[in-house]
Design a protein around this ligand. Structure first.
Ligand code: 5RP
Length: 227
């Protein structure tokens, strides 16, 4: 039996996410390779006539516009029916690490506005606990060293993502060695460090639905209570 490739699993969840899209509404769209499959599927299903989307990055904007899909500024809309995005890691209670693509700040803002967050991910992203994937932080350039020291106090080793500037003109620090036993608590703590624009923990506002691409198909998961 041939195993499905990771891209095949990503494509499968991208297509499954179309069921959460109503053509007359404006939706939020994340960033990354899984989302790129979703954008292509969205264009294939609804064409240029799709009502419109709010984008979490310039890369996503370019792909949407390339398909002729209207991109709206978040300030032009008062609500979003759904936000579709990938994740770098996701737990059974649908807390996530995001920001592998460096778009975490706009992703978190759009997720805050959306009524429903649908995470699309291949099976490799599901983890019993967060932290194997280094935690991305978007940081103001002048605060870089201060943030590195503050993270060291929490047991984390922060390294600067090379040759990378976010769409907001900031830096990304990737942090290893954090013990993420309580993601909501750590997200709150990181929110209090001056100079961190946004941290990649999406736990206070996690996903509402996970579409997980597995060998035998796409499973639909909702948050499970953590033990
Ligand atoms: C970008 C993200 C992405 O959702 C995350 O990195 C997953 O990407 P991919 O779909 O390429 O695996 O958070 O900032």
């Amino acid at each position: 039996m041939t195993m499905k490739t990771q891209n095949e699993l990503k494509k499968a969840v991208a297509h499954a996410a179309l069921d959460y899209v109503s053509p007359g509404t404006v939706i939020g769209i994340g960033t990354g390779s899984t989302v790129n499959f979703f954008i292509d599927a969205l264009a294939g299903r609804f064409g240029k006539g799709f009502s419109g989307a709010v984008s979490s990055s310039e890369a996503t904007r370019a792909r949407l516009e390339g398909h002729g899909i209207r991109v709206l500024d978040l300030n032009e809309v008062s609500s979003l029916s759904v936000y579709i995005d990938g994740a770098d890691e996701i737990t059974p209670d649908l807390c996530m690490i995001k920001g592998g693509g460096g778009a975490l700040t706009r992703e978190k803002i759009i997720a805050a506005v959306a009524k429903k967050f649908v995470c699309i991910a291949d099976a490799s992203k599901l983890a019993p606990r967060l932290g194997c994937f280094p935690l991305p932080l978007e940081v103001l350039p002048m605060a870089r060293k201060h943030v590195e020291r503050e993270l060291a106090r929490l047991g984390g080793a922060a390294s600067l993502r090379g040759n990378f500037v976010t769409d907001n003109g900031n830096l990304i620090l990737d942090v290893r060695d954090l013990q993420i036993t309580n993601p909501r608590e750590l997200e709150t703590r990181l929110n209090q460090i001056a100079g961190i624009v946004c941290n990649g923990l999406f736990a206070l506002r996690g996903a509402d639905v996970l579409l997980l691409g597995e060998e035998d198909g796409v499973s639909v998961r909702t948050p499970q209570e953590s033990a």
